[in-house]
Structure formats: C-alpha cells, structure tokens
Design a protein around this ligand. Structure first.
Ligand SMILES: [Fe+2]
Length: 282
C-alpha cells in the first residue's frame, strides 16, 4: 500500500476524500507558502531561542545545545529525541510563520472559537520537533486521545513508517499501554520474539521540507531522520474523532475527581452539540 500524494487539494476534497474516511495523504505543496519554510533553520533557533531549555531523560538541554548536538549527531550517538516544544507557548510570535494553517475549515475543533481552552488544556496543539541523524521516535505507537495528526516537514527530511490500524494485531501492543507496540525496531525486528510482526505491512514514506502528511487516529507510526530535521506537528480534532477524544479525556479527568470529570465531560458534550450546529451552517 502506498500513501496518495497530491500537490494540494481543495479543502472540500481533502475533507471528503481523506479526513472524513480517515485515510492518510501527503500534500507536497500545501505548506510551501509558509514563512517557516526557509526561515526556521537550526541556526535561526540557535540564534534567537538558544536559551530555551527542555528536559529529556532527566537532563536539561538548551536549544543552542540541542542544535550543536544535531550537527554532530550520528547513528551511534544521536541527538536526544524527542525534543519537542509547543509553538504557541515557546514561540507565540512564530505562529504567523505557519499561516495559512492547513486545517480543515469548519471541521477543525481544536482551535474552534466555541471550544473552551479548559477542554483542550494539556494537549499540545502546535508542536515543533528538533532531531537529527540517528534520532528516532523510540516507540511504534498511535497518538493519544484518538487525535488525527498533521505533520509538516520544515527543515531537512524525515522518514515515516506507518501501519494501518488493523495491523495492530501483529504489533504486540503493550499490556500497560496498548497504544504502544513492544516492537522497538521496525527496520530490524526481533522476529523470534515477535513472529506475528511478519504479517504486518509497513508503509514507508519520506517527507521533504515543505511537505505535509495527514494521518488519522489509530494509525501506528514511528519516524527516523538522516540529518538535522525540524518538523511541525499539529493535532486534528474534528467531528469524526470528537466523541472518542472526550471519552479518552474523561479517563484522564477522572484522576482529578469524578465530579470534575463529569462536569468537564458534560461541557464537552454541550460544546460538541453547539459546534455541530455551527458546522452545519458554515
Ligand atoms: Fe505520534
């Protein structure tokens, strides 16, 4: 199976052909007009945002350090990863560089004016990832909260390996977290330990700078890089995954107390109904 590639699609076509039927797609030109493409380089972040710090495995790295590590990164000693920062929190002034947003018009609920911030709080919406040669996301997984994902490569290249949701039965989901596979290396899997993996059908694709992939909830994925890489990831919450998002969020809210969880869930249902009405008229 291959992932369809288009230069760009009309919003209605994207919505009806891919977003609503939950099929992945790559858009090669859709983000080409973004100011971020060409501007967001490792040097740019090192120069303007070098003092920002981020902790990985108990150690804090400045962004300037991370960029140095990205330059020296190798398969044997990769730069730490995932080094990911929420754009709206760390670089709010750079949000304009990601315009026009490639979201799906009336179907976008994450940034919908009716969506209370409290219902999305704790869920990164706009993330930027800094990685390099040898860096890879350490687990094959599908994303939390039943969110769809949209990823634009800003600088360098990124390789993806995806598996359709039904391949989950061959991926040995972890007992403690069934959204994560026990198979850590899809390029060289331990088939003695994971014999069923043999039946899974990995789909390989590479994003070059300016290219965007959309993939729906439940699609298993992992990534790796062959050189310095900056990537922008954006969650997609719309009418197709909103109920599942609320259900998953409810499980988290419950940890803060049943009453709070019930109130938040109830508010989510009311807001969902209001958004559905608004969507019908836009
Ligand atoms: Fe992910």
């Amino acid at each position: 199976m291959q992932i369809d590639r288009h230069k760009d699609l009309e919003p209605e076509e994207l919505l009806h052909e891919y977003v609503q039927p939950e099929r992945p797609v790559i858009l090669t030109e859709a983000a080409k007009r973004w100011k971020a493409i060409g501007k967001w380089t490792p040097e740019f972040f090192q120069q303007h945002y070098g003092r920002i710090t981020y902790e990985i495995s108990g150690r804090s790295y400045t962004l300037a350090e991370q960029v140095d590590l990205m330059r020296r990164s190798s398969t044997e000693t990769p730069a730490p990863y995932p080094y990911n920062l929420e754009v709206a929190d760390y670089f709010p002034e750079l949000m304009n560089d990601l315009a026009p947003q490639l979201v799906f018009g009336k179907s976008d609920r994450a940034m919908h004016p009716l969506m209370p911030r409290a219902l999305i709080h704790g869920t990164p919406v706009h993330e930027v990832f800094f990685g390099s040669k040898g860096s890879s996301f350490p687990f094959v997984h599908y994303d939390a909260l039943e969110l769809h994902t949209q990823i634009t490569q800003i600088y360098g290249e990124k390789e993806f390996v995806l598996f359709q949701p039904s391949d989950g039965r061959y991926l040995y989901p972890r007992a403690d977290n069934p959204k994560f596979s026990q198979v850590t290396d899809v390029y060289d899997p331990d088939l003695a330990r994971f014999p069923e993996f043999h039946s899974a059908q990995p789909i390989h694709c590479t994003l070059a700078a300016g290219e965007t992939i959309f993939f729906p909830r439940g699609w298993w994925h992992t990534t790796r890089m062959s050189g310095p890489s900056i990537t922008y990831g954006r969650i997609v919450l719309n009418s197709t995954n909103y109920q599942a998002y609320l259900d998953d969020k409810y499980e988290r809210w419950k940890k803060a107390g049943l009453l709070k969880a019930a109130l938040a869930y109830g508010a989510g249902k009311v807001v969902g109904g209001a958004m559905r009405v608004a969507e019908a008229f836009t």
